[in-house]
Design a protein around this ligand. Structure first.
Ligand SMILES: [Zn+2]
Length: 112
């Protein structure tokens, strides 16, 4: 089994087997990264990588996982930005024990 030389920000160069690493490839913008848990410090390491490195890692047996940017990023927002007052009001609304029923009624009224 091939061993991959990766870099942990705390421990420096570490050896990782392909089964301990995962490549994450964003199908929305093509950006890629790898993640692994460092065997020395046990921290999860994530690092952005170029496309050619993706090919090398996948050829070595690293599993690849595709993901997409959330659709909300492309939504058009017409309202004003949320203020601290809005956040405080939201906090107080959540203190009301009937808040979930209120939300359900609002959604029902909108026909969704
Ligand atoms: Zn480490």
């Amino acid at each position: 089994m091939p061993i991959i030389r990766a870099s942990c920000p705390t421990c420096g160069d570490v050896d990782v087997s392909p089964g301990q690493m995962k490549v994450m490839l964003c199908s929305s913008n093509g950006e890629a990264s790898y993640t692994f848990r460092c065997s020395d410090c046990h921290m999860v390491v994530a690092k952005q990588i170029e496309r050619r490195v993706v090919e090398v890692l996948v050829a070595a047996g690293v599993k690849i996982q595709f993901w997409r940017l959330p659709e909300e990023l492309s939504e058009v927002s017409n309202g004003p930005p949320i203020s601290y007052d809005d956040l405080l009001n939201f906090h107080f609304e959540l203190a009301n024990p009937g808040w979930l029923d209120q939300v359900r009624r609002l959604i029902d009224d909108r026909g969704e």
